[in-house]
Design a binder for this molecule. Structure first.
Ligand code: NOJ
Ligand code: NOJ
Length: 699
């Protein structure tokens, strides 16, 4: 009995620290607006006057805190949530910056840091210690819930008011935007062209003091802050404004995070849909940086289809496109609502549609993120319900709503049936109102049917499925109006009726006769880094994990999860092969072996001309970090940025302490590649800090 308990405790500990996030259900919390767990931090002296106990000024602190989240842990675990994403917890702007109407405002949302190494006094305690944060993390872990911290390394606070961007290092003043002798900030105008790669990364986002991550002090400071968060038990990070931080630096940040501890990272890359002019940059970034992304194109499609009643083909098309482009599409973080858009119910106050959207979210490809209060139908429609009205105080914690039960049920299924976490997606039946899709991981199958029409039922004939021959009852037990189906030979489903506003889920699992791999995390790293492969049927006894002919050293092995360290093999892209103890192969999964830990290096090439509109200069060279001499948009490093034509630059993450060879190439608008002449350039990447290279294009 004691042994069993020990084994269970061990399993819990393992699952908490595994890097496979695909089975998780995330719950996004604006800490200030969730629950006031301690009144002692409501109006702290160093930032007094920013608290509004009446909850009438929507831009002041309303009292929610880390203790409040901790007190609601059983509410969260009862819903089946397995990870909480909390708004930036670090010390924020202390001063009131009145808005244009003269009303007081505060950084209650957390996106205006002053000290990334301390905890905000409104969320923790007046001395900005980690005490409340540590207590929350430990309570979450005890409840089997991971903690995701929203980290905003793009900027500090407002660059012309309040504390004028002031940045502190655990209480010691470093610089302000108007007092910046060491170049800790970029001093450029606000972004005006949201399609310009240079502006996006180097201009100012909404007057927020833009940090210069290429400065060695800032690079070291931000990475040290991330290390502190990992040491305080943080399991994963949501990177704020990932599209606006120097992209190459972010590759090095991701690598630093993974070197600190097992983690999962997803970034905010805002875009409307897959026609966005930088959509290609977004999936190149996700495929190569180690950072997954919030799935904004799918968010648009879900809101269009479920709230605005467009055709299901929009969701179907978005899935097909993204699944073709993102190497680890199952790692994309999907969502219906977040804190930057009107709540779904403000767009369409229809609870059935909300349920249908949530059911789709929880069963379709990607890691679902629930925005706090969705389960309570929370919404305030003032002025359309946008920011700040999409951040009301959590009004109720009842556990009896249909949405709460729905989330619980599908979160449970996500743990039980690997098709949801790891599976492929296949459309099986579609019209304007009906979407029937199948998730499949080897012989684990889930078939999901949604009819969003509010009044019309549909007769579903000609449906086929991979579910084995049998009668299936609705996994949701009719919670959203579904009933059973019969699957006949050849996967033919007997004709049935899908009533108005119905969701049904039919599913089956099978035991694995060979090991089945569904996940790897992280997806990129150097020799020695800890990596986890997850799936099923690995067996109880230790098998092997191969990179080419080289075996990795196994740290732990269970039937569903294997942790190993990356072996010392040549850098490059590998199809990693897991074998069970009997030597049976699993399916392979892609991993990129880096040459060494990553250091941000700024490369400048002068006088790289002539280029015409639509031509870009790229960097390529002799290691995987440089693309192994690739000459394509996806393979080479770039496009480089050109604020001073004809000089081009790019910050890129390079292997520390390594001597590299490289060249610059032109990829013309029509795809033609032109190499610069002469010998390869050479450079030895520093072993720590940051680097820079400045050369002339060789004619
Ligand atoms: C995006 C966040 O989600 C938003 O709420 C915030 O204001 C900006 N980034 C700036 O940090
Ligand atoms: C081929 C290119 O033509 C050449 O210029 C370059 O130096 C080499 N790749 C890399 O060794």
């Amino acid at each position: 009995m004691r042994l069993m308990r020990l084994a269970v405790a061990l399993l819990v500990a393992l699952s908490i620290h595994a890097q496979d996030f695909k089975k998780q259900v995330i719950y996004q919390i604006i800490t200030d607006r969730f629950f006031n767990g301690s009144s002692t931090n409501d109006n702290p002296s160093q930032s007094s006057g920013l608290f509004d106990s009446t909850h009438t000024n929507w831009r002041l602190y309303w009292g929610g805190d880390l203790a409040g989240i901790q007190q609601k842990m059983s509410y969260l675990s009862g819903m089946g949530v397995t990870a909480i994403w909390i708004s930036p917890p670090v010390d924020n702007l202390n001063l009131n910056i009145p808005d244009s109407g003269g009303n007081a405002t505060a950084a209650y949302h957390g996106y205006a840091a002053r000290d990334f190494k301390r905890i905000e006094e409104h969320f923790g305690d007046a001395s900005n210690t980690w005490t409340a944060f540590d207590a929350l993390v430990s309570a979450a872990h005890t409840a089997g819930i991971k903690v995701i911290v929203d980290f905003a390394p793009n900027h500090t606070n407002d660059n012309s008011a309040g504390e004028v961007g002031s940045l502190y290092d655990a209480g010691t003043f470093m610089a302000a935007y108007n007092n910046d002798p060491n170049g800790y900030f970029h001093h450029n105008a606000n972004i005006t062209d949201w399609n310009d790669r240079y502006q996006l990364q180097y201009y100012t986002l909404f007057n927020l003091s833009e940090l210069n991550q290429e400065n060695a002090t800032i690079d070291g400071y931000l990475k040290a802050a991330l290390l502190a968060l990992s040491q305080h038990g943080v399991d994963a990070f949501r990177i704020d404004a990932a599209k606006h931080i120097t992209w190459g630096w972010e590759y090095s940040m991701d690598n630093a995070i993974f070197n600190n501890a097992p983690s999962f990272i997803f970034g905010e890359w805002y875009q409307g849909n897959t026609s966005d002019s930088l959509y290609h940059d977004s999936y190149k970034f996700a495929n190569r940086s180690g950072m997954s992304l919030l799935d904004f194109p799918m968010n648009t499609a879900m809101r269009d289809v479920f709230a605005s009643n467009t055709n299901f083909s929009e969701i179907d098309g978005t899935l097909t496109t993204e699944n073709g482009n993102f190497t680890w599409a199952n790692d994309l973080v999907t969502f219906v609502d977040n804190h930057d858009m009107p709540r779904f119910l403000s767009v369409n106050n229809n609870n059935n549609r909300m349920h249908e959207a949530l059911a789709f979210l929880l069963t379709s490809r990607g890691i679902p993120s629930i925005y706090y209060g969705e389960e309570q139908y929370l919404h305030n429609d003032t002025g359309g319900g946008g920011d700040p009205y999409n951040r009301p105080m959590m009004s109720s914690f009842t556990t009896t709503t249909t949405a709460y039960s729905l989330i619980h049920s599908l979160a449970t299924l996500r743990q039980q049936n690997p098709a949801l976490a790891y599976g492929t997606t296949q459309q099986r039946w579609i019209n304007n109102d009906v979407y029937i899709f199948e998730r499949k991981f080897f012989n684990d199958v889930a078939l999901i049917a949604i009819n969003k029409n509010d009044t019309t039922g549909y007769s579903i004939s000609g449906l086929t499925t991979a579910l084995p021959v049998a009668a299936y009852s609705d996994y949701l037990s009719g919670l959203l109006g579904g009933s059973g189906i019969t699957v006949n030979s050849g996967g033919a489903v007997s004709t049935f009726t899908l009533p108005a506003h119905t969701v049904a889920v039919w599913q089956s699992t099978a035991s694995a006769s060979a090991p089945q791999v569904g996940s790897i995390g992280p997806t990129i790293g150097q020799s020695g880094l800890k990596v986890t492969i997850a799936g099923k049927g690995f067996g109880a006894s230790t098998g092997s994990v191969l990179f080419g002919a080289t075996s990795a050293s196994i740290q732990s092995w269970s039937d569903t999860s294997v942790t190993f360290t990356v072996p010392a093999v040549t850098n490059g892209v590998y199809q990693v092969q897991l074998k069970n103890s009997g030597g049976t192969n699993a399916n392979t999964i892609q991993f990129t072996v880096l040459t060494a830990k990553l250091i941000p290096v700024t490369f400048t090439v002068n006088n790289a001309s002539p280029t015409s509109v639509g031509d870009y200069i790229f960097l390529t060279g002799n290691t995987i970090e440089l693309g192994n001499w690739a000459t394509t948009f996806d393979g080479a490093v770039g496009p480089m940025l050109c604020p001073n034509y004809p000089n081009w630059f790019i910050n890129a993450a390079m292997p520390a302490g390594t001597s590299i060879q490289f060249k610059f190439i032109k990829i013309a608008a029509n795809g033609t590649v032109t190499w610069e002449a002469g010998a390869n350039h050479t450079y030895t990447v520093p072993s720590s800090g940051t680097g820079s290279v400045n050369v002339n294009w060789q004619y």
